[in-house]
Design a protein around this ligand. Sequence first.
Ligand SMILES: [Zn+2]
Length: 250
Amino acid sequence: MDPAGQLCYTDAYARSVEARVVAIDDADGVARVVLDRTVFYPGGGGQPSDRGVILRAADGRAWTVTAAKKAGGDIVHELEAGEDGLPAVGDVVSADLDWARRFALMRTHTALHTLCGVVWRDYNALVTGGNMEPGAGRMDFEFERMSGDLVDEIEAKVNAELAAGREVRVNVLPRDEAFAIPDLIRTKINLLPPGIDVIRTIEIVGLDLQADGGTHVGNTREVGGIKVTGYESKGRINKRIRLQLVDPAE
Ligand SMILES: [Zn+2]
């Protein structure tokens, strides 16, 4: 698959695309389909893969996509088990996301980066990892002085940044250029494998910059608001902060 056909990395708002089936494999009981282009995100960086459907143009037949994965440079769509009959190589299909779920993941992912930006700027704590589901997520920090008293303060600061309407930009940089940016070094860019010669970054303008493969909203205002739902100590230094999205009016 041509990397240009992996639309999730360049246009997070593309929810459907017409495509052609280029490969099918159901060797071990899981049907996997490769298309010449797709809007599905294959998972990674704590963001789960998309779900949705593949719809065949000729007869309207639909297959449920339960997950997408990166395999050998391709994005592979896994079909729900027990489907009777498979699409064929050459079929023209439409690849359609479960958009409500994807958009919730975009909002959640941007909320988590906003949290990282606030926690670094105001407390100098480094992020070490994170995970999310649609509408809720967690981030781990090296944050020795994190305490219950700080939760309300952090929540208010994150909500203020979201309401500020900061633009969220996707950039692709040559590796050596990316490695010269201090903000990227702090987010452990050095852990990226040596074979990667371009680095994709997500910038919340004026707040946060990270190497990241995920899908994000275009402006922090689209996130709405968040609530910090808990924090846990994972040791003296390592602290985990949980958040969930709330309606901006709440
Ligand atoms: Zn991320």
